[in-house]
Design a protein around this ligand. Structure first.
Ligand code: AMP
Ligand code: MG
Length: 337
């Protein structure tokens, strides 16, 4: 290895992000650009074009902000999947180009596993259940027999996607989740005695799985029936987050584990964090929340997983570096402690 740093490139969806860890796996904050369409949702081709346009500037900035030169990079990691094909290809192409140019190893990593590993590193937890609540993914994951296994997941859309779509229908551009959080907080602050009566929504739990499109349609109907928008935002959060926390609690009960770590953009939500903490307190477990910059998609988590993988002898040959849109969390062997 010529350099000492691991570069991580994240490009699974709306975010292009470059991050770093040092030779001891210690993270440095990422430099990121998020595409924010003025109308409609994230179009994969437009997001990919955005990532291509931004990549050289972001690469220069991450080096500059850490007083590094390209030769300080000793390993290049990129998100190999899952995600939107067009977006993933831009990060993979950047990764191949940088690693070939610098003549350093390339490592393609699993985006979902990266969320867990940055959470473990940041929170100092050992063997947590990951409650992974992001735009495109909603999964409850636990480590068992050398893999991170999916114990429950959404059967339709990701929870963040559901919040964004609901917000969009009511004129709020992407990302809608933070605005819904603000509206919900306004409602409950101004109406502290509020109950869910008249604001009931379908319950999103299906066994150990979840589903969010029904709850979104029902929330839209409440708004068109004349319920205050802020009240519906509050009810939507209460119902959707309770469903996720319930599945996570059952995962704790089944596995006997005692830690939860949150990951994904929706894990930035204070109510989600608070509900998970309450549940854990009630059953003698601990809920960990990484800093928000490491909950959302970020290049640093990709670098951290690249560091773990390469320390355990794995590299990705150019001929095996194709992206895999459908990569599953449990396809990646986990050989580290
Ligand atoms: P990710 O896909 O993990 O990068 O996360 C992006 C998703 O997180 C989008 O759907 C956002 O709306 C959602 N999100 C970000 N911040 C919040 C928040 N404070 N509350 C709810 N959702 C959020
Ligand atoms: Mg993610």
């Amino acid at each position: 290895m010529t350099g000492r740093w691991v570069l991580g490139i994240e490009s699974t969806a709306h975010t292009l992000s470059f991050g770093l860890v040092d030779q001891n796996g210690k993270p440095k904050p990422s430099v990121s650009k998020i595409i924010r369409p003025t109308t409609g949702g994230i179009h994969p081709r437009e997001a990919a074009d955005h990532h291509v346009e931004q990549s050289s500037e972001i690469f220069s900035r991450i080096l500059h902000e850490n007083n590094l030169v390209p030769n300080d990079i000793g390993i290049v990691a990129y998100s190999q999947g899952p995600g939107m094909g067009a977006c993933l290809r831009t990060g993979a192409a950047a990764g191949r180009a940088i690693s070939s140019h610098l003549n350093v190893p390339l490592i393609g990593v699993n985006h979902c596993v990266a969320h867990i590993e940055i959470g473990r590193e940041q929170c100092g937890c050992d063997d947590p259940i990951l409650l992974y609540v992001s735009g495109g993914n909603t999964q409850v994951i636990a480590r068992l027999d050398g893999r991170y296994r999916v114990l429950g997941e959404t059967l339709d859309i990701g929870i963040g996607n559901m919040l964004d779509k609901f917000a969009r229908k009511h004129g709020i551009p992407f990302p809608g989740g933070p605005v819904i959080e603000k509206k919900a907080l306004e409602w409950i602050t101004e109406n502290p005695d509020s109950t869910l009566e008249g604001l009931e929504l379908p319950y999103a739990v299906h066994g150990m799985d979840l589903a969010f499109s029904g709850i979104m349609s029902a929330a839209n109907k409440l708004v068109s029936d004349g319920k205050p928008f802020e009240a519906v935002c509050w009810s939507l959060q209460e119902h959707a987050f309770a469903a996720c926390v319930e599945v996570a609690e059952r995962a704790l009960a089944h596995t006997g584990k005692t830690e939860i770590v949150l990951g994904g953009g929706v894990a930035c939500n204070e109510r989600m964090r608070n509900m998970s903490s309450i549940m854990c307190q009630e059953r003698g477990a601990t809920s960990y929340c990484p800093p928000k910059m490491y909950c959302i998609d970020n290049g640093t988590m990709i670098a951290r997983l690249g560091w773990l993988e390469t320390n355990h002898g794995r590299v990705t040959k150019l001929t095996q570096s194709a992206i895999d849109q459908e990569l599953r969390t449990d396809q990646t062997p986990i050989s580290w402690a």
